[in-house]
Design a protein around this ligand. Sequence first.
Ligand SMILES: CC(C)(COP(=O)(O)OP(=O)(O)OC[C@H]1O[C@@H](n2cnc3c(N)ncnc32)[C@H](O)[C@@H]1OP(=O)(O)O)[C@@H](O)C(=O)NCCC(=O)NCCS
Length: 162
Amino acid sequence: MEIRPARLEDAAQIASIYNYEVLNSTVTLEIDPRTTHQQERWIARHSGVHQALVAIDHDEIIGYASLSSYKLRAGYNTTVEDSIYLHHSHRRRGTGKLLLVRLLEIAAVSGFHTCIARIVVGNVASIELHKSVGFRTIGIEKEVGRKFSKWLDVVVMQKMLN
Ligand SMILES: CC(C)(COP(=O)(O)OP(=O)(O)OC[C@H]1O[C@@H](n2cnc3c(N)ncnc32)[C@H](O)[C@@H]1OP(=O)(O)O)[C@@H](O)C(=O)NCCC(=O)NCCS
């Protein structure tokens, strides 16, 4: 298992992992699958402090995780939001935790003060994963999402970094 920063050539595999959730689940509120070109642009944006990491097993990308700005206004610049996706056939083997721990180390070293995770209520795997690395629930946003004709609540979790 290798974890390294995402590269442009990873775009198709990352998009494939993400698009599976776009099309089959409510863990992301995105509705339209990403093209490889859109994913390349996403990777280009996720370098430097807002980094994206990939987990590689036997030359295959089996998961990725990223940091994004929490909000665009300058006063929020010391906060980041994380995102993490594992290929559906490579879950529950510790890779998500490994990626998230590494990502939070990068966020801390980069000087971010705190990290937010926004998770659709009912996504037990992600809520438990975040709890396992020290996030705690700070609130619920009621019916802020809608997908597959259902209203969705979002749980907001937070971990202090520095
Ligand atoms: C959430 C996700 C990233 C977890 O990745 P993973 O590699 O399967 O998780 P890990 O094996 O590292 O699990 C770490 C801990 O998380 C918790 N966890 C993970 N999956 C769980 C599940 N299905 N049910 C309950 N707890 C779970 C456990 O505490 C686990 O520790 P343990 O195995 O020692 O009990 C993965 O399920 C996923 O990609 N889901 C779809 C995409 C998604 O929901 N992304 C997050 C959007 S907010």
